[in-house]
Ligand binder design. Structure first.
Ligand SMILES: *Cc1c(COP(=O)(O)O)cnc(C)c1O
Ligand SMILES: [Zn+2]
Length: 449
């Protein structure tokens, strides 16, 4: 069965554009494009046949290249040939339920989708495997691509650099100087990308890369390019699949450029269209209060205006002019959407509370958990709801965040800060410390200051 997908204008202008064209906006009206799949063709399999196929391919050793993005290839990017696929076994990340975490946040049926358990440590790999595979096929078909390029708040560049290096394609990444973590800066350097560190914020980097793409023959790898969202939407399928093909009540996701929530919605839409599910979850976007244009739009009847984003510990979502805002608003309107925000103190505290339950939470996941906490306290999320929080990155990428929290140098109280207890080489001193731990005293001395 020849499955087919094309780019179409989000605003509905007529005309299809091939997925291997370097095109990111509608030539008639300038709106973003989205990938439209031929649903009639996809209906050649029943819902249960699709579920059985994905379950079968997602068995250990049963998958196409072991990737849970490509195990759903008919839904993602059907025209990519096997030999062009660039994969590092993305997707298939754990969906975990931690009882103490659920109790801590007041929703016992709380699940964390660990999207940071992946090759470069963030969900960006789900989309990048698709984008770089399409570029490799373009090159194989004789098109000239000088380089792939992106502006990044840290995780997109790490992912692009890794997949481009795996494919042998030159990569250019543009970062806002001083606003990504050390690990995030080291990743593209190690992978041999050309790394430009510009004296501006993410929105400034994005403006420059768009100009480059227009004039210089480089291929754009930001999520403005809908190919990435086709890979990212598989996270919705994975969540439902991991819950035994059932739909959670609520999904909470941190949002910056707002591609990921758009992708999540697209994934649920496709499952509804093909009859795999018949209900939709409520989708909730969590933003940092320092970079909250979608939150303000939500408060204002979905009337959107960009803002100047202020620095936030959740550096990957320090974005004031999100490229995919219109897609995101459409999705949220279909999914009883809601937007909540979190201050720096709230996101840090939520991350620390989760860590005390066994997590190692990145600041963006901290934003999502803080929003969850707020919405549960306000009664907007019921205590019996089945809630999935999308953890977007691995906390190990953000050691500075943890260090500043536990050294209590963030400029606000950090009640769960913990420090090593420095002792002489003496068994009695160690015994006394152990006694303190088992008496339920804090495992570390109270923070200074
Ligand atoms: C990119 C990113 C986000 C935001 O995703 P958008 O699609 O830009 O909304 C959130 N968290 C982390 C860790 C990210 O890298
Ligand atoms: Zn258009």
């Amino acid at each position: 069965m020849p499955y087919r997908a094309v780019f179409r204008c989000l605003a509905g202008c007529p005309g299809d554009h091939a997925l291997d064209q370097p095109i990111y906006r509608c030539p008639s009206c300038g709106q973003l494009l989205e990938v439209a799949h031929d649903l009639d063709a996809l209906c050649d399999r029943t819902a249960s046949a699709w579920m059985a196929l994905f379950d079968d391919r997602d068995r250990p050793h049963g998958t196409i290249h072991g990737s849970s993005v490509w195990s759903k290839r008919e839904w993602v990017c059907p025209a990519v040939r096997d030999e062009c696929i660039v994969t590092m076994r993305e997707g298939g990340t754990p969906l975990v339920k931690l009882d103490r975490l659920g109790a801590e946040f007041g929703v016992p049926d709380l699940w964390i989708k660990q999207c940071g358990f992946t090759h470069t440590g963030s969900f960006k790999d789900l989309g990048m495997t698709v984008l770089v595979s399409v570029v490799r096929q373009m090159i194989a078909d004789g098109r000239r691509v000088r380089a792939v390029a992106c502006a990044s708040s840290g995780d997109t560049s790490a992912s692009l650099a890794a997949y481009a290096a795996a494919a042998g394609i030159p990569a250019l990444v543009i970062l806002p100087r001083g606003r990504v973590s050390t690990a995030q800066l080291l990743q593209p350097l190690a992978n041999g990308a050309l790394v430009l560190s510009l004296d501006t914020d993410f929105d400034g980097c994005m403006a420059i890369v768009q100009r480059l793409v227009e004039a210089e023959g480089v291929y754009l790898a930001n999520s403005m390019n809908s190919l990435r969202l086709e890979g990212q939407k598989t996270v919705a399928v994975e969540i439902v699949q991991q819950l035994g093909w059932t739909v959670p009540d609520v999904v909470v996701i941190p949002g910056g450029n707002l591609g990921n929530v758009s992708a999540l919605g697209a994934g649920f839409d496709l499952m509804v269209a093909l009859g795999l599910i018949d209900t939709r979850p409520r989708l909730i976007v969590a933003q940092a209060a320092a970079a909250n244009p979608l939150y303000l739009a939500y408060q204002n009847g979905w009337r959107y205006r960009s803002v100047t984003a202020r620095p936030t510990l959740a550096s990957a979502i320090q974005i004031g002019a999100p490229v995919s805002v219109q897609k995101a608003i459409r999705v949220l309107q279909r999914y009883q959407g809601c937007v909540e925000q979190a201050t720096e103190e709230e996101l840090s505290h939520a991350a620390a509370r989760a860590d005390r339950c066994g997590m190692f939470t990145c600041p963006h996941t901290g934003v999502a958990l803080a929003a969850l906490s707020t919405l549960v306290a306000r009664g907007e999320i019921g205590r019996h709801a089945r809630v999935v929080v999308v953890s977007t990155a691995n906390g190990l990428k953000f050691p500075e965040f943890k260090q500043r929290y536990h050294e209590s140098t963030l400029g606000f109280p950090t009640p769960l800060a913990s420090r090593p207890l420095e002792l002489p080489n003496d068994l009695d001193a160690v015994r006394r410390a152990l006694d303190g731990l088992t008496r339920g005293e804090s495992p570390a001395p109270p923070p200074r200051g």
